[in-house]
Write a protein of this length. Structure first.
Length: 255
């Protein structure tokens, strides 16, 4: 006696249900990861590009105390009444008062050496106070390189008063064309810098190589402060060599 033929159209759908049961957890995991990434991206943008997010973050950063901050961390302008950075158990610190920075433009990974690049049109601080802590070992060991992970250019910068420990204050410190390089073997440089200190006015330009032995090239003129373009005397100085072996020459005029 022949058995009736099997109707294949109504076969057991168990394999299809098994496949769906395996795909469902995977879909849940993918959706969760997308949610986490999206949430992280949103929170990160809030921290870095929103003023309220930046203020929330700054209040919780270690080693940093900020008062009256306006702007976003990755925005185009910063203003702050006071920014204090401390380390080494509070023995060393840098305090900025009356900070105003504008025309800031960020670039991520501009080359293989820099994590980021920052251009600033104008940067000014009313007062900078530096405490260097206890003296370290002498002679000071020289680094093998001073290139930075941040490539920085500042068109104009001004510091009304700079105080380092108990030394007399440097006043009316101004820079033009400040460039800090991330590339090994490049040069940090300042096209022009002016400052008043202890009754002297200085105009200078300088370059320093980022690799050891840190070669130097400095041109400077010293004259009495407050005497305009016709001072009683002026000293023209040049410095070369490197940080460990500085070679200085100069000329004194008007005496």
């Amino acid at each position: 006696m022949k058995e009736p033929p099997v109707n294949r159209r109504h076969a057991d759908p168990a394999p299809l249900r098994t496949s769906l049961s395996l795909l469902l957890p995977l879909a849940v995991v993918v959706a969760f990861l997308l949610l986490v990434v999206g949430g992280f991206t949103g929170v990160t943008r809030w921290f870095l590009f929103d003023e309220a997010g930046t203020q929330w973050l700054l209040k919780r950063l270690p080693l940093v105390q900020v008062k009256g901050f306006q702007g976003a961390l990755l925005g185009t302008t910063w203003k702050a009444e006071r920014v204090e950075l401390t380390w080494n158990q509070g023995q060393e610190s840098v305090t900025l008062e009356g900070l105003d920075s504008s025309g800031m433009r960020w670039t991520w990974r501009p080359d293989e050496h820099a994590l980021a690049a920052l251009h600033i049109d104008s940067f000014s601080v009313r007062k900078i106070t530096v405490h260097t802590g206890k003296p370290g070992p002498r002679p000071i060991p020289l680094p093998t390189g001073i290139n930075t992970p941040l490539a920085l250019t500042v068109a104009r910068a001004r510091v009304d008063e700079l105080r380092i420990d108990d030394l007399p204050a440097v006043e009316r410190l101004a820079f033009q064309g400040l460039v800090l390089e991330a590339r090994p073997g490049a040069e940090h440089r300042v096209a022009a810098v002016q400052a008043d200190w202890q009754g002297l006015h200085a105009d200078a330009s300088l370059k320093i190589g980022t690799n050891a032995p840190l070669p130097l090239a400095v041109q400077a003129m010293l004259r009495p402060a407050g005497e305009g373009d016709a001072p009683r005397w002026a000293a023209v100085l040049s410095a070369g060599g490197n940080v460990a072996q500085v070679q200085i020459s100069g000329t004194l005029r008007g005496v």
